[in-house]
Design a protein around this ligand. Structure first.
Ligand code: HSE
Length: 433
């Protein structure tokens, strides 16, 4: 029998526990793929006294990650601690001590990727990160390896399971936003700080990583325009539904004429299209490559076992040597990677507007007049009746013909500054396919 490979698992939260469970319960199956047994030599926890859902023999538990980095028998470390610190310090320590690293921490890669990948190269080690984007969907391998023959033209994705879970529960059951967010936390979908899920940060960090793999450039995630789902309400989902659409948090990166446009924002997606049918904690990624055409990937993007599935696949890849080859040959996040700025590309799209207007004569003409002044053509208008609450404002829902985002923003600012509008209008892109 081949010698076992000894692995250290640093972080035994939702994902770490799932990884240990898979390594133990599917040991035979994993050994067949890895060509040798993979054993958990050390599992690092925050609190040794805490009860755990998965059994790790007492002597293998530790509260100090140095027990992994300093153990010469361990060659591969799974870094499954979220957030930036101490995750960055631990990753550096693991690499300095000659470990190959597997991680699911996209925030760490999006923030410190260039520095960490450079260190791994200097040390002759690899970093594998399939689990960092879209949970169980093998999208990192798909873009980085399987679609390598293609010039990627666009990526469109639902990359945050928590947001998608919240939106679908709201649209299907009329559930309350705060209640569903709590449920997403209980189910282990949300980040430790769930604000990062609902404000679009998590999806934006994942988009930065995918765009790097697809376009070979590095865009600092904080420069990507980002809007989360935290400004949405149930009425918006209902109005979108009346028009034949659902609302999804969609990450977009497109390249045309050598310019890269990127954003993360809620958008209307037509019912019946794959993104609209992506429900619950599922993620989806649609990619257009010049040779392959459009491809669609769909699967669970958050949660214990889907994410553990990707981590364990990376551990196997590392054990058999594939991760090192990929790391070396793809030059992912190498010193030669050009930094890129996002072009102010004006995407031509239909837009959905929800404007709260005073219910009095001449208001509709005023709003449509402002849109007309900015060259925005209207496809449809629905004015909903005022509710029972005696509110003097009524929602006006407008669908535009395709128009540039810049012109539309100017028009909406103009509308919001007028005295017939109450509060800020909501403006969402409409994705037809
Ligand atoms: N919080 C993330 C999500 C988990 O909801 O998608 C996976 O990165």
């Amino acid at each position: 029998m081949n010698e076992p490979v000894r692995v250290g698992v640093v972080g035994m939260g939702t994902v770490g526990s799932g990884v240990v469970r898979l390594l133990v319960e599917s040991a035979d199956h994993i050994e067949r793929h890895a060509g040798r047994p993979i054993v958990v030599e050390k599992a690092v926890v925050k609190d040794l006294a805490k009860a755990r859902s998965v059994d790790v023999p007492g002597g293998r538990l530790s509260a100090d990650w140095r027990d992994v980095s300093r153990d010469p028998s361990i060659s591969v470390a799974a870094l499954l601690v979220g957030g930036l610190e101490p995750a960055r310090t631990i990753m550096i320590d693991l690499l300095e001590h000659g470990k190959d690293v597997v991680t699911a921490n996209k925030a760490l890669l999006a923030e410190h990727g260039p520095e960490l990948f450079e260190l791994a190269r200097r040390k002759g080690r690899s970093i594998a990160f399939e689990a960092a984007v879209a949970g169980g969907i093998p999208i990192v391998a798909a873009i980085g390896e399987c679609l390598a023959a293609n010039r990627i033209e666009s990526i469109r994705g639902i990359l945050n399971g928590t947001s998608n879970f919240i939106l679908t529960r709201m649209e299907e059951d009329g559930a309350d936003y705060a209640d569903v967010l709590k449920l997403a936390q209980e189910k282990g979908f949300a980040e430790a700080d769930p604000a990062m899920d609902v404000d679009g940060t998590d999806a934006t960090q994942k988009l930065a990583i995918l765009a790097h793999l697809a376009f070979g450039v590095w865009v600092p995630w904080a420069e990507i325009p980002r809007t989360g789902i935290d400004g949405l309400d149930l009425d918006l989902l209902t109005y979108a539904g009346e028009l034949g659409y659902r609302i999804r948090l969609v990450a977009v990166a497109t390249r045309s004429d050598g310019r890269l446009a990127m954003r993360v924002a809620p958008a209307l997606v037509r019912i019946g299209t794959p993104l609209a049918e992506t429900r619950g904690a599922y993620n989806a990624v649609s990619i257009v490559g010049d040779a392959v055409g459009r491809m669609f990937f769909h699967g669970l993007g958050a949660g214990q076992m889907p994410t553990a599935s990707a981590v364990v696949a990376d551990i196997i890849d590392t054990v058999v040597g594939r991760a090192a080859i990929t790391f070396r040959t793809t030059g992912v996040l190498s010193a030669d990677t050009p930094a890129a700025r996002i072009a102010g590309v004006d995407m031509q799209e239909r837009h959905f507007l929800r404007i709260r207007v005073k219910d009095r004569p001449g208001v509709l003409a005023r709003i449509t007049g402002i849109l007309g002044e900015h060259g925005i053509s209207i496809a449809s208008v629905i004015q909903h009746e005022a509710g029972q609450g005696g509110d003097a404002n009524v929602p006006l829902v407008i669908m535009t013909h395709p128009c540039g985002t810049t012109a539309l923003r100017k028009a909406v600012d103009h509308i919001d500054a007028s005295d017939v509008v109450s509060g800020r209008s909501v403006c969402l892109s409409v994705l037809e396919d």
